[in-house]
Write a protein of this length. Structure first.
Length: 452
């Protein structure tokens, strides 16, 4: 029986202390859930004197503890209360002394609005990363547009405000109202169609997207991704005049210019006619002064030139003399250049004749003929040797051919029916049929007797 002292003992499992286990769980949970969006209903809300907000977040099936510290609580735009459904961004944390975990919220908002707000922020970040908000893509507004198209509801206050301001600033400036739904399921498609249609017909210089104020749900059509991409793709400058001054939509960021209200959009897009007329009068006066001063200067210059001008005959004589001088100098330069080129040609001709390949052609021809004769002699000798070898090999083959041996009186005996060659008397039986091959013909024989 083996000695029990020599038997291996099982390894002892690690025993966790409570604090050690809580710390391990804390590290695991906080690493696994750094930040996440959570929705639920507030209950057991408590806000002590510290200003921190403690509550339970629950749904019909479960609940968990939550906290929002004072700094984040002070930035909330609503008052948390029991029974309020919220959505928030937070991180999981474990409170080691009690071994409990909770959510520490950094951001909260009511759930009904929160979903739309989150979608707004996500789309805003996505389009910003794609560069749709970059200033380098913004188009400049014309100083004096020939026509302005307002994409809006024809019955809303926004278009009335816009027209009122536009007519006050420039009464006879052409305005066009493109009727679309500004909220509801049909709104995004109609807005996109209007923008694309105006770009296709190309009869307007400025597009204004106008709508009165409203909740984030009312402004959903102007937070639509496809509407934003249609605005970005427009070749006509677009002014976004959506809601009130504090309302911001995705369309505001993508548009070439944002106006806080439809009335402000009219102030931006429509120039003041009185200012133009005043400016034109100033320009006319300035142009008259410039032209008058220019005429005075030109008259002065004319008088100076008249006093300095020479008689045409003198200028013609001077020109003829310069022409003769230029001709003589040009001819001398040409002759000198031609002489130098002739010298270079003669020098290069001498070098070319000295290096002519014709000198080596005769020697090369003799060398080629000698090589050719050597090759022909070698080929003839090789052909003669090969023919002699063929004759010898043919004679040897003829001497070794079996039929030649049979011609000298020998024969070949084969057993029947397998036609195997008989090499010994022991290989056949009495009365066995044999075939004997002769130099000419063959014999069929029967074995009647065997002998040594």
């Amino acid at each position: 029986m083996p000695n029990s002292d020599n038997m291996p003992t099982p390894s002892r499992p690690h025993v966790y202390a409570v604090s050690e286990l809580n710390k391990l769980i804390k590290n695991k949970l906080e690493d696994l859930f750094p930040f996440l969006w959570i929705s639920g209903e507030i209950s057991n809300l408590r806000i002590p004197s510290s200003g921190h907000c403690y509550f339970t977040l629950k749904d019909p099936y479960s609940q968990l503890s939550a906290v929002m510290f004072r700094t984040q609580t002070q930035s909330l735009k609503f008052k948390p209360e029991d029974g309020l459904a919220i959505i928030g961004l937070g991180r999981i944390s474990v409170y080691e002394p009690r071994g409990s975990y909770q959510v520490i919220f950094e951001y909260l908002e009511p759930k009904g609005i929160g979903g739309l707000q989150i979608a707004f922020e996500k789309l805003k970040q996505k389009l910003a990363e794609e560069g749709l908000f970059d200033a380098r893509h913004k188009l400049q507004l014309p100083v004096l547009p020939k026509k302005i198209s307002v994409v809006t509801s024809p019955t809303g206050a926004a278009i009335r405000d816009f027209i009122k301001v536009a007519q006050r600033r420039f009464a006879n400036l052409p305005l066009e109202v493109v009727s679309v739904a500004v909220q509801g399921d049909r709104a995004p498609g109609e807005i996109i169609h209007a923008i694309r249609m105006l770009n296709e017909i190309e009869t307007t210089d400025v597009i204004v997207l106008a709508r009165g104020g409203g909740s984030i749900e009312d402004l959903c059509a102007f937070n639509d991704e496809q509407v934003a991409r249609a605005i970005f793709a427009s070749k006509i400058p677009i002014i976004s005049a959506i809601g009130h001054e504090t309302d911001y939509t995705i369309a505001d960021f993508v548009a070439d210019l944002r106006a806080p209200t439809p009335s402000a959009a009219a102030e931006i897009a429509v120039p003041a006619k009185d200012d133009f007329e005043k400016r034109l009068q100033e320009i006319n006066l300035k142009v008259y002064q410039i032209i008058n001063n220019l005429l005075k200067n030109l008259k002065k210059q004319r008088n100076q030139l008249v006093s300095r001008i020479k008689h045409p005959r003198r200028r013609l004589q001077d020109s003829r003399m310069r022409l003769d001088d230029y001709s003589i100098r040009l001819l001398a330069v040409f002759k000198d250049s031609l002489a130098r080129k002739r010298e270079r040609v003669a020098f290069r001709h001498d070098r070319l004749m000295h290096a002519s390949p014709l000198k080596g052609v005769a020697a090369l021809k003799e060398h080629v003929v000698g090589v050719e004769n050597k090759i022909v002699g070698a080929l003839n000798r090789l052909l003669h040797d090969k023919r002699a070898a063929i004759v010898r090999h043919a004679a040897m083959l003829e001497a070794l051919h079996p039929m030649a041996i049979l011609q000298r009186g020998y024969s070949i005996t084969r057993s029947l029916p397998d036609r195997s060659i008989v090499r010994s008397a022991d290989g056949v039986n009495i009365d066995q049929n044999l075939e004997v091959l002769l130099g000419k013909g063959k014999l069929m024989v029967t074995v009647t007797k065997k002998g040594l």
